[in-house]
Each structure stands twice: as C-alpha cells, then as structure tokens.
Design a protein around this ligand. Structure first.
Ligand code: HEM
Length: 119
C-alpha cells in the first residue's frame, strides 16, 4: 500500500503550510481578492487547512460546510474557479511538492467544480 496523499503532502504540518500559502495567494490575486474582503483570515486559513487534511486521508478535523452549501448563491464564475486552481498550483510549486502530488491535488480540486461554479 502506498502512502495517503495526506502523508505525501507532509501531514497536518505540510498541508497547513500549503493552505496558508494558497489563502495568501488569493489575497494577492486581483481576480478573487475582493471575495475575501470581509473574511477573517485566520478563520479561512484554518478552514482551508482542515478541509484538505480531512479530504486527503488525514484525521477528521474539518467542521465546516460541504462545498455546495459553502458556495451556494455566490455566483462564482469559471474564471474565478481557475484563479483558485492557479493559486493552489503556485503554492504546491513554492513548497516543492512532487509532480505526482501536484497532479492529484489539482484533480481533487477540479472535481469539486460542479459544487462551486454558478451554484
Ligand atoms: C476547489 C475550489 C475550492 C475549495 C476547495 C474551496 C473551499 C472552501 C472552504 C473549505 C470554505 C469554508 C467553508 C466553511 O467554513 O464552512 C470556503 C468558503 C468560501 N469560499 Fe471557497 N473553495 C473553492 C473555490 C472557491 C472560489 C472559486 C471562490 C470565489 C472566488 C470561493 C470563495 C469562497 C468564499 C467567499 C468563502 C467564505 C469565506 C468566509 O467564510 O469568510 N471559493 N471555500
């Protein structure tokens, strides 16, 4: 048996680092930064980290909404969704995550598109 994606991303510590970088990238990304203008940064960093820890095979620590409930009524465009994927890829590369793991993370994120875009 191979290691889970959770383990290959460096466990809770590695994923927390990644999640913090993804959120920082969002705040610097003109396509989406205004979406988070009223957000509590620490809270969304924690939501991003716990969501990914749980979703990649780590402990069951995510306490937030499912992706449809979290994004319903926001009118999120395909362009904004791509911006989030771009920010995730940049964070993966900054943290020297392997090619295989980069592909797996992008696929996991992409697979949520229908629960987020124009829902
Ligand atoms: C695969 C892509 C995405 C994932 C995995 C994701 C994940 C999440 C998670 C885990 C939450 C927290 C929900 C909660 O606390 O109950 C959240 C909230 C949110 N998401 Fe996303 N999201 C994605 C795409 C997007 C996109 C494209 C946008 C728009 C640019 C967006 C905007 C927001 C906003 C505005 C919130 C609320 C933030 C707050 O509570 O202050 N998300 N998302």
């Amino acid at each position: 048996m191979g290691q889970s994606l959770f383990e290959r991303l460096g466990g809770a510590e590695g994923i927390t680092r990644l999640a913090n970088d993804v959120v920082d990238n969002h705040m610097a990304n003109k396509a989406i930064a205004t979406r988070f203008a009223n957000s509590d940064l620490a809270k969304i960093k924690n939501a991003a980290a716990t969501f990914f820890i749980t979703g990649t095979g780590g402990p069951d620590v995510y306490k937030g909404k499912d992706m449809l409930a979290a994004h319903k009524g926001m009118n999120i465009s395909a362009h904004e969704f791509m911006a989030v994927l771009n920010d995730a890829l940049a964070a993966l590369q900054k943290n020297n995550i392997g090619q295989r793991e980069q592909e797996e993370v992008l696929f996991v994120l992409y697979s949520m598109r229908s629960q987020i875009v124009l829902v």
